[in-house]
Design a protein around this ligand. Structure first.
Ligand code: FAD
Length: 319
């Protein structure tokens, strides 16, 4: 750990609402179960603590940092993350409902960015709220779902989002959904902004679609390899096509690199049989992109976000 991180450890440990951990393994905090440790990992339990933290990361000298949600769309380097990883907990993982906040029958669901999508959906179901079921089965947090504009074949985060609160070195700011540049698995939210909370605008659950969530979850169980660690879809679908179809067409379904395998059930998923590494994952990603480019002239865009230093890794994964 460098001197700046050593000093930062002491500064951050003195801020109420922050829990600071050194050399914290990241693999168990991701759904792919891959990668090395974070030099510092800070659990943040309130918006005040978050604002103080972001300010401390920016001055006197900026330090490398990133937010980790549920780790369901990240590939952590085998060397880990030589900086500060932020995890939102406590009051930043709470959810509340204000009925009729946007007029009769239009309700506000306010959720800290650390809230799991499962908890958000349970609240919606318990309170007979509609709309949010389009995120059914996405194993992330509210922050990760907004940042990635997560979605399913039934809709995406931006369809139900009203606004977010962003924390930057300048404090907290409320930003309406239209200013976030949300598009298919993409947002324009700046790298140095933390989504602190999100407000969703939803109606009452439609009695005709009340069972939709159960149907969505059953469909996923039947079509996705949920029993092995993965990051879900590795690539975004190219316009008008499906990444899984293209990968299957170039014969890579079931292809293995070390302990990682292009899932025989769903070719856009790479599953980890136990000891998979980030180097193996990158090698498979490169191979898939090359083969699909050569066969179809299509450039697949990885959806998964890289965490840490991948610097000089070659195709074979040798540093
Ligand atoms: C089994 C499985 C199924 C999946 N199915 C789907 C699906 O149907 N649809 C879909 O869209 N995705 C799916 N995914 C991918 C993933 O669940 C989504 O992208 C999810 O939104 C990521 O949320 P997360 O909290 O895990 O974010 P992470 O993976 O932890 O982070 C993803 C990105 O968001 C950033 N981020 C996270 N929180 C914040 C915050 N508070 N402020 C700023 N930036 C933040 C991170 O820095 C990173 O860049 C699936 C993944 C798995 C493992």
């Amino acid at each position: 750990m460098n001197d700046r991180l050593d000093t930062l450890f002491v500064t951050l440990a003195a801020i109420p609402g922050l829990t600071v951990l050194r050399d914290e393994p990241l693999a168990p905090r991701t759904t792919w179960k891959i990668g090395g440790p974070a030099a510092l990992l800070v659990e943040v339990a309130s918006s005040d603590a978050l604002v103080a933290l972001v300010a401390a990361l920016a001055a006197p000298a900026p330090v490398r940092w990133a937010v980790l949600g549920n780790g369901s769309n990240v590939l952590v380097s085998d060397r880990g993350f030589d900086g500060v990883v932020l995890v939102l907990t406590g009051a930043l993982a709470e959810v509340s409902v204000q009925r009729d906040a946007f007029g009769p029958g239009r309700h506000a669901v306010q959720a800290g960015a650390g809230t799991s999508i499962t908890r958000l959906l349970r609240t919606a179901k318990d309170q007979s709220l509609g709309g949010l079921w389009v995120l059914g089965g996405v194993p992330g947090t509210v922050g990760g779902a907004v940042k990635m504009n997560a979605g399913t074949r039934w809709g995406e985060a931006k369809d139900v989002l009203h606004a977010v609160q962003l924390a930057t070195a300048h404090g907290l700011e409320t930003v309406p959904v239209d200013a976030l540049g949300l598009a298919y698995r993409h947002s324009d939210i700046a790298r140095d902004a933390v989504i602190a909370s999100a407000t969703f605008a939803v109606g009452d659950a439609d009695p005709d679609t009340r069972d939709e969530l159960d149907r969505v979850l059953a469909h996923r169980k039947a079509t996705q390899p949920l029993q092995l660690p993965s990051c879900g879809s590795v690539f975004a679908n190219p316009p008008g096509d499906s990444a899984g179809r293209l990968i299957e067409a170039v014969g890579l379904k079931g292809h293995r690199q070390g302990d990682l395998e292009v899932s025989p059930m769903h070719a856009n998923w790479i599953v980890n049989h136990g000891q998979g590494t980030a180097a193996d994952a990158l090698a498979l990603i490169d191979l898939i992109r090359e083969r699909v480019r050569a066969a179809f002239g299509v450039e697949l865009r990885p959806e998964v976000q890289r965490f840490g230093d991948f610097g000089t890794l070659t195709r074979e994964g040798t540093p």
